[in-house]
Design a protein around this ligand. Structure first.
Ligand code: ZN
Length: 266
């Protein structure tokens, strides 16, 4: 058994995409473990991004201090339209926020569990789509900062979902959509003063995942978490988004367990 702290899986684009399970400085090429048994044992401790170790997180994957004070947990992380760093206004830490927010961002349409809208830093485009388990994606607009991407997304969110239904995403490959047509349909939703940012490039990115068998159904008890089950063990039948698909219709969200300290056996 090795011990380490879980971070989200690294995903490299290929057909299908290639996953690396990252636990501290252990990098495990996960596609090679399909159809094999894996075992993750939570030791009952978590570590926040600030380095503090606790028996559990306060909220999300943060300790109390970080949840209320760290820029990584500020309201604009969840509502990008609240970003103000490009206007020189500090939310929690202006240096961090300028670095994070004043950077080209994309607004995109993706098909993960159906059509959705999302935003991402330009450099994180593929990572973002693969993290969400999207099967298809197309770019809609490119803006110079995160606040503007939030303003465009806000309009699109009035008529389109910005969430992935993880149960549906994990139940199979979604029906293929004509994303060029969908893009055309939703362009009129972009506020007039932001039309200059619309992207002409209509290239559709297609993504496939290493899945042998999709779960037939995922009852709540089969969505594994270390809070409920200290040991997660089973045959790996697929990997999609940030989820492991295990035998007996069970799934494990790796990203939700960032910071958990585990012993693991592959
Ligand atoms: Zn912390």
């Amino acid at each position: 058994m090795n011990r380490g702290i879980i971070t989200k899986m690294r995903i490299d684009y290929d057909r299908p995409v290639q996953y690396t399970f990252v636990v501290s400085d252990n990098f495990i090429p996960l596609n090679a473990y399909l159809n094999k048994t894996i075992c993750l044992k939570w030791i009952g401790k978590v570590q926040c991004c600030c380095g503090k170790q606790l028996s559990e997180f306060y909220r999300q994957n943060f300790c109390y201090q970080c949840f209320w004070n760290a820029p990584q947990a500020s309201p604009s992380i969840f509502k990008p339209e609240l970003c103000t760093a490009d206007l020189g206004i500090e939310e929690r830490d202006l240096d961090w926020e300028q670095e994070f927010q004043i950077d080209p961002h994309y607004i995109y349409l993706a098909n993960s569990s159906g059509l959705k809208v999302g935003i991402t830093r330009k450099t994180q485009k593929m990572t973002r789509w693969m993290d969400q388990g999207a099967s298809q994606a197309i770019l809609l607009a490119e803006v110079p900062n995160r606040r503007l991407s939030g303003l465009i997304e806000l309009e699109l969110k009035k008529i389109l979902s910005d969430k992935t239904n993880w149960r549906k995403m994990l139940s199979g490959v979604p029906l293929a959509l004509d994303l060029k047509k969908e893009k055309e349909k939703y362009l009129s939703t972009v506020p007039a003063d932001l039309h200059q940012y619309i992207i002409d490039n209509d290239e559709v990115t297609e993504i496939t995942y290493p899945v042998i068998t999709y779960p037939l159904k995922i009852p709540n008890k089969n969505s594994l978490s270390f809070q409920k089950d200290h040991v997660v063990e089973g045959k790996l039948l697929g990997i999609k988004g940030q989820y492991l698909i295990l035998d007996n219709d069970r799934v494990f969200n790796v990203r939700r367990h960032e910071g958990y300290i585990i012993d693991f056996l592959f």
